[in-house]
Ligand binder design. Sequence first.
Ligand SMILES: [Zn+2]
Length: 279
Amino acid sequence: MPLVKSRAISLKSYRLGETSKVVVCYTRDYGKVRLVAKGARKGGGRLGAALEPMQVSGVVFYLRQERDLLLVSQADVERQWPELRRDMVRMAYAGAALELTDALVSEREPDPGLFDLLESALDRAAGAPPSSLDAVLWRFELSLASALGYAPELARCAVCAGAPEGGVSFAAGRGGIVCGDCLAEEPGARPLSDSAARLLASMSTPAGEIPSEPGSAVPDADIPAVVRDEISETLMGFLEEHAGRELKLKSLDFLAQIRRTGRHPVESEQVESEQENEG
Ligand SMILES: [Zn+2]
């Protein structure tokens, strides 16, 4: 029963019995694992505090291949971002990255590069200018797709490989954009505005490479809300195509609510408790 140590980011947690909780973590060395933190619900304690979301911790746990739940023996906070706790909008962007990782990544498939991407996404969500937060999430989504082996084709037509000139659509099932000539073959494709098509193309990278930051042709602050929505929906639709199901992310619902109403709909305590929800 080897005791192992890894850096870890908590993705979500749910209760286990009266006093313990299961924390689903993405660890740098062992991938996504389910860790049992005994006594973490009873007053929290150091273990519970170190396994809160929105931070990086060093965790020590018993690795047993045949077990679904792994017992934590020690956890210490290594890196925190107070901005993410103070600012609910930033927290929601970071939360979306955590939720997507949980939804799309299989358990126990280590990928240190993906761990670093997730840590970097939290860091960017905490520190990027407010107008760049959408782009932080878009780049994380593209990086995640790339790490999982299905980076979309954003610069050339996914059907004929031609450089499209106007009238570009996005075909999630095809894995990227399609030109006007090939559109007839992809009736379900979503037409893109020229601005959205240009922005997506600017985030394109050769297969297997991680989108650089900042990589957009347009300063983030100048991207109109309607184009932001277009890109956000296009990328989510693409990830859902790969997930094979609708991804209902609480963080994105919350952000959509803010967009609609122009203000924060709930107090921060409620959002923090949402992170603790079962699921
Ligand atoms: Zn084409």
